[in-house]
Ligand binder design. Sequence first.
Ligand SMILES: [Cu+2]
Length: 142
Amino acid sequence: MYRPQMTATAYVVALIAAVAGLLFISAPIRADTPDRPGIEVPATEPPATPLVQSAALANHVDIDNFDFAPMTLTVTVGTQVTWTNHDDIPHTVVSADTPPAFKSPALDTDDSFSVTFSKPGTYSYFCSVHPKMVGTIVVKAN
Ligand SMILES: [Cu+2]
């Protein structure tokens, strides 16, 4: 007889915990946009959401319009970096080291290539089809 009641209570507790968790998660975002009476926020100030996006894409390089973006990406040791080709023509991702530390096949549109960097260092790379396309991965120790 008590079982359904306990289940309902547990449900309510879980619901409260979930709401509290949501409030906790959203708190830092609200902290970024406080009410500041008398202070005009410039229209160019970036909204809070790109902070989340850049964190999620911190291990990603977009190949777009014959450029690697970002051109220099800094990551920590053990990070897997993924390149994705958004152009309509093939590109490659080839380490400038001798011998190459990594070398992708030709990446067609929307193809991806990933490398996990296990040692600190500065890794220059280029597109072997268009050698003027260059980029750098900086790998920092943890
Ligand atoms: Cu290319």
